[in-house]
Design a protein around this ligand. Structure first.
Ligand SMILES: [Zn+2]
Ligand SMILES: [Zn+2]
Length: 118
């Protein structure tokens, strides 16, 4: 992928103001069938905070590539990252499903084990 630009956005995944790296896919990439899209994967945006990958609206991606720095909004992004990935509600750190505590800030994030009924 070819990096185009960096932009600060409010990430729909980790809910933080994050730096996004925008990429353009090389054309050869389109030879592969990638079953994610609906959305045409010419452009992608990577959240540098939580590493979530998004498809970027091609109209916006084209504008950026041509030097028109149009505002990028959440509606221009489509998540390509696994939907079951969780994020710490306090600091936005990505979490594995079975984490009970955030490795970054230590706050409790897991569902407490259901109390055994006796
Ligand atoms: Zn993020
Ligand atoms: Zn945390």
């Amino acid at each position: 992928m070819e990096p185009i630009a960096k932009v600060t956005l409010s990430c729909p995944h980790c809910k933080k103001e994050s730096v996004f790296q925008l990429y353009r896919d090389y054309d050869s990439f389109e030879l592969f069938f990638i079953p994610v899209a609906k959305f045409h994967k010419h452009y992608q945006a990577l959240c540098c905070n939580c590493s979530s990958l998004f498809a970027l609206d091609p109209a916006v991606g084209n504008a950026w590539r041509q030097g028109h720095f149009v505002a990028i909004e959440v509606r221009h992004l489509r998540s390509l990252t696994e939907p079951d990935k969780d994020f710490c509600p306090r600091c936005g750190h990505p979490l594995q499903n079975d984490f009970l505590y955030c490795p970054q800030c230590g706050c409790s994030v897991g569902a407490p084990p259901s109390p055994a009924k006796e």
